[in-house]
Design a protein around this ligand. Structure first.
Ligand code: SAM
Length: 282
């Protein structure tokens, strides 16, 4: 396991993913009934942008840093930015929260969150961050050294019957897209009504259609909504040219808001004039 998210925290892909994560969580909060969240690939939950790893790449400069000084953010993006501002001193960008933090911020007393992280060091850091820094820590379970795909099999369906599974793998392995399809197949067989959100990298935009179709073909899957963002023209198809998020059973409000969000985010995160997005029902 070579991937460490601390090199990439707060980059364009995190901004895109965490804005949509917060929108989905906002909709889950609209009913009183408790919800359960599973984050299969959690990372460490909080990243030091002045740390050696983040400084080496400087990726947050073309990510979260581009949003902080804007005064015309759509409400959904402003909510996300406020979460980031709350962990920093005024006019400073030192800390960037990970997906577990955004989930924790949305927990009401009746809700709960399970976090899986497999990397030996990162799972220890995650557990410590949750224990020492997180709100609602008692409602959060950290499964250290745990394979997130296995957790889908072991933990679904949750007793709460409402909630979301976030799948955000590092895509280090050649067959990671197939592993995701297998995990979704396992998940939907056990819990057909859950919301599933999968983040994926886009190098060659033409290759993504195959993944979309495999997800759509999973038995029991009906509603699939995908949002794909390209930050530049995909001339070099070995580079990370963009990323996407695919939702099974997307919250209604998310599909309503996504174009307003992406119309704003796409030019803001663009690295050349080829930046574009698409939001589609599959
Ligand atoms: N979701 C995090 C966020 O948005 O803040 C970032 C997660 S990062 C893209 C992927 C994480 O998955 C890494 O921390 C990596 O160590 C971990 N990982 C890799 N394979 C895993 C597996 N099979 N199960 C659980 N975690 C895994």
């Amino acid at each position: 396991m070579n991937y460490r998210h601390s090199y990439h925290a707060g980059n364009f892909a995190d901004v895109f993913k965490h804005v949509l994560q917060c929108v989905a969580l906002d909709y889950l909060q609209q009913k009183e009934k408790p919800f359960w969240l599973l984050d299969t690939h959690a990372g460490i939950g909080m990243y030091d942008l002045q740390g050696e790893q983040a400084q080496k790449t400087g990726e947050a400069i073309d990510g979260i840093a581009r949003l902080l000084t804007r005064d015309d953010l759509p409400d959904a993006i402003q909510r996300y930015v406020n979460f980031v501002k709350e962990v920093n001193s005024p006019n400073e960008l030192r800390w960037y929260p990970g997906s577990p933090w955004f989930s924790a911020q949305h927990l009401r007393p009746q809700d709960s969150l399970t976090l899986c992280e497999m990397h030996p060091q990162d799972s220890g850091a995650l557990a410590e961050n949750v224990r020492n820094e997180f709100p609602a820590a008692k409602q959060i379970k950290v499964l250290e050294h745990t394979n997130g795909y296995g957790a889908i099999k072991a933990l679904l369906p949750p007793p709460q019957k409402r909630g979301m599974v976030l799948i955000d793998p590092p895509f280090e392995q050649r067959d990671e897209f197939d592993q995701v399809v297998r995990a979704l197949t396992d998940g939907v067989r056990r819990w057909a009504t859950g919301i599933y959100a999968v983040w994926y990298p886009i190098k060659d935009p033409l290759a993504i259609g195959d993944f979309h179709q495999k997800v759509k073909a999973i038995a029991g899957v009906e509603k699939v909504f995908a949002v794909d963002l390209l930050i530049r023209t995909a001339v070099d198809r070995t580079k990370l040219n963009g990323c996407g998020i695919l939702f099974i059973n997307p919250p209604f409000g998310l599909t309503q808001q996504v174009n307003e969000i992406m119309d704003y985010l796409t030019p803001l995160l663009a690295q050349d004039r080829g930046a574009e997005y698409q939001s589609i029902w599959l």
